[in-house]
Design a protein around this ligand. Structure first.
Ligand SMILES: C[S@@+](CC[C@H](N)C(=O)[O-])C[C@H]1O[C@@H](n2cnc3c(N)ncnc32)[C@H](O)[C@@H]1O
Length: 253
């Protein structure tokens, strides 16, 4: 439920307690409000060499996306290597490992929550990577920063499934996002998606088809059909340890 200021969420849930504690039938688990990290602005400013923070003065995302502050990847990375984009990078474990493993690829990682992104950028800095750049930005506004047809692969790792119908448009595989990705991808460019949520996975496959993407690979249990070079994300590690199935798709524009 939202607090008075509608800023942050205080989630309260009730969980049934197992038979070892018969007196307490329910325990209230309170997920504490996510506090803004201390010295956030200062910490982000210290990472300025590998971080761009979107201009948030324009509140209307549609209008913001129509403005142009395009990156020059040649200037940013000093080469013309292919560029891969991760949308919703969270704490950056995936993109940082990928950048270390693949110096021949440039990576751009996008995350809309600066409180989360700060961890991604701060863990990248000591690695001395020169092939990764971070962008604090909502995916809706990507066309403002990413030149058309400049990205050869997009990673959607464990995007929020948002099962409620009222949030369908926020799902990162909703057609409105797929249209944006299509405009950013090079000819033959790909989307690599992983999720633990089967319903969201099926929804995504349907949207890919609807938007004219070619589905090149579908895997409904990554643990049984591992692929070489898989880099495990923070969420993936957690879901795997819980014995959950991981779904994976590769689609081509
Ligand atoms: C469930 S987390 C997954 C993090 C990471 N990819 C992983 O696998 O561990 C999804 C992330 O996507 C981000 N996200 C959701 N919608 C977004 C949007 N429209 N633009 C940018 N980031 C978004 C969220 O803030 C969150 O950090």
């Amino acid at each position: 439920m939202y607090n008075k200021n509608k800023n942050k969420i205080n989630l309260c849930r009730c969980a049934r307690v197992n038979s070892c504690a018969p007196v307490l039938k329910y325990v209230k688990i309170i997920y504490m409000r996510m506090h803004k990290k201390s010295h956030l602005e200062e910490r982000l400013a210290n990472c300025g060499s590998i971080l761009t923070t979107a201009d948030l003065s324009q509140k209307n995302m549609k209008l913001a996306a129509m403005q142009r502050d395009l990156f020059s990847f040649a200037c940013m990375f000093g080469n013309s290597n292919p560029v891969h984009l991760e949308v919703g990078c969270g704490k950056g474990g995936f993109v940082n490992k990928m950048a270390l493993l693949h110096p021949e690829v440039n990576f751009v990682a996008v995350e809309k929550i600066s409180n989360v992104m700060v961890e991604a950028v701060e863990s990248a800095l000591p690695l001395g990577l020169n092939n990764v750049h971070f962008l604090i930005c909502a995916a809706e506004v990507l066309p403002r920063y990413i030149p058309e047809h400049s990205i050869s692969r997009i990673y959607l790792n464990f995007s929020n499934p948002l099962p409620k119908l009222g949030y369908v448009r926020q799902r990162l595989t909703n057609p409105r996002f797929l249209q944006i990705y299509k405009s950013l991808l090079t000819e033959g460019g790909e989307i690599w998606q992983k999720t633990d949520d089967e319903a969201f996975f099926d929804y995504s496959l349907q949207c890919y088809g609807q938007e004219g993407f070619k589905i090149s690979s579908v895997c409904r249990d990554l643990a049984s059909h591992p692929f070489e070079g898989n880099v495990v994300t923070e969420h993936e590690a957690r879901f795997m340890s819980q014995g959950k199935k991981i779904f994976r798709a590769v689609v081509q524009v």
